[in-house]
Write a protein that binds this ligand. Sequence first.
Ligand code: ZN
Length: 176
Amino acid sequence: MQLRARRERSTPSTVHSGTLARALAVLGGDIERLRGRLKVPRPELDAWLQGTTRPPDGVFLLAVDIIVEAEALEQRRAHRVEITMGHERARCPNCDTTFFSSPVPEGDIKNVTRLSCLACGLSIARGDLMTYLSSDLAKRGAARMIALRRMLAFSQARTQGDTPKAEIPDPTKKVK
Ligand SMILES: [Zn+2]
């Protein structure tokens, strides 16, 4: 980057160049990525970053968005936690992820503490997550049991070979 000695028509602004520099940092210092996000030509972006010219408001606001977005993400990642009950980990009801972010350290999480799913951002209280976990467990347990009973009933019918055709294995009935 070369600095321009000559000042151009719009007033340079340290706020504007500083904001663009911050957005650039947020994107890992990748100027092409920033250029792509802002959809602007490279020479103009360079000039704005150097503070020799001032970006249009629309571009400035896009840069602000990039920063705000990154800050929100960082906040969600504040304390990465997993919520467990016994050996089971709670999963996001929305996307099945087991990682959540907490606004407080793991030891300070209360049932009313709102956690955010790290993947989809869903906000859910720890207490609700626990309720969901236990209901999910119950559901899976029952489903497994029914599948097992069906399998047993089916294989018994096959080996005996004399089961009346009309009889369909009843998953609610206990299999010997
Ligand atoms: Zn999720």
